[in-house]
Design a protein around this ligand. Structure first.
Ligand SMILES: [Zn+2]
Length: 279
């Protein structure tokens, strides 16, 4: 009996020590000054970051640092460096920038694949075999994971504004998934009165895409969920052009992602997603 008690006491003491050490290491990572090389990379490659004020740039850096310190970013059959880690973290922070406390609590791992892949996660190229998936939010046994194709991530962050960004696309799906279902209606970010008009707007724009009257990637027609992810890529990557061509849709996305910092849906939003305060 005494032996068992001693074992339990020692086990608890060791566990506490390990978890304290872990916490200490995390604190060190979170409080370390943001590396100049990292800042340089953001400046050269991340258009969204460059368009921020100095104050917001500092906030963006903190968020990126937190994401990198708390998530496991892993290369599968491919090397990854700090540039890739920064691209992943930027993809995560961009759509949630107006919600500074949010750090994807359900995401543990981001897997970087050497190329686009198929539904069986194969990247090998052979005749008749299509690798069309650039990114994916894990489900079932892959819950808590995101997969991104490395070359497509690099293409998205080349310092130029685009309409496509695989990283932003997947993290918008994750945000959409916060209410339990990826359906193009991120309920955490909107109140009940907003969902109806939003679904109506989706239908309206889908009709335009079908008729060839829109420059939005037709992949948006796949489903409401893909519509939200696809238009968000364009919205965050090239906001000026998007606003000019899709003023109404721009208004909807500004409200969903709280880009105007109005705190419109403060009442329904969970503390995790508390909006960025702006005077
Ligand atoms: Zn998608």
């Amino acid at each position: 009996m005494l032996g068992l008690i001693t074992f339990v006491v020692v086990f608890i003491a060791v566990s506490l020590r390990v978890s304290n050490k872990k916490k200490q290491l995390l604190d060190e990572k979170l409080n370390a000054p943001f590396a100049d090389t990292w800042r340089e990379m953001l400046k050269n490659k991340v258009v969204f970051y460059n368009n921020l004020s100095d104050e917001d740039k500092a906030l963006f850096e903190k968020r990126v640092q937190r994401f990198i310190a708390t998530k496991n970013i892993e290369g599968i059959d491919t090397q990854i460096d700090d540039d890739i880690r920064l691209m992943v973290a930027s993809s995560a922070v961009i759509p949630t920038f107006a919600f500074p406390k949010y750090n994807y609590p359900k995401v543990r791992t981001v897997l970087i694949y050497p190329n686009s892949f198929d539904e069986d996660f194969q990247t090998t190229r052979f005749e008749g075999h299509k690798e069309v998936i650039l990114g994916m939010v894990g489900n079932r046994f892959m819950n808590g994971s995101v997969i991104l194709s490395k070359p497509d991530l690099i293409k998205a962050f080349d310092g130029q504004p685009h309409r496509e960004n695989v990283g932003v696309h997947e993290f918008v799906h994750l945000l959409d998934k916060e209410d339990g279902v990826i359906d193009g209606v991120p309920e955490m970010l909107m109140d009940n009165h907003f969902a109806g008009p939003w679904l109506h707007e989706i239908k309206k724009e889908m009709d335009k895409i079908k008729k060839g009257n829109s420059d939005i990637n037709p992949y948006a027609l796949t489903s409401n969920a893909e519509f939200l992810a696809v238009v968000s890529e364009y919205f965050f990557d090239n906001p000026e052009k998007f606003k000019k061509r899709h003023a109404e849709l721009y208004g909807f996305l500004s409200t969903i992602f709280n880009r105007e910092h109005k705190g419109l849906h403060e009442a329904v939003i969970k503390p995790l997603l508390a909006p960025l305060a702006r005077s």
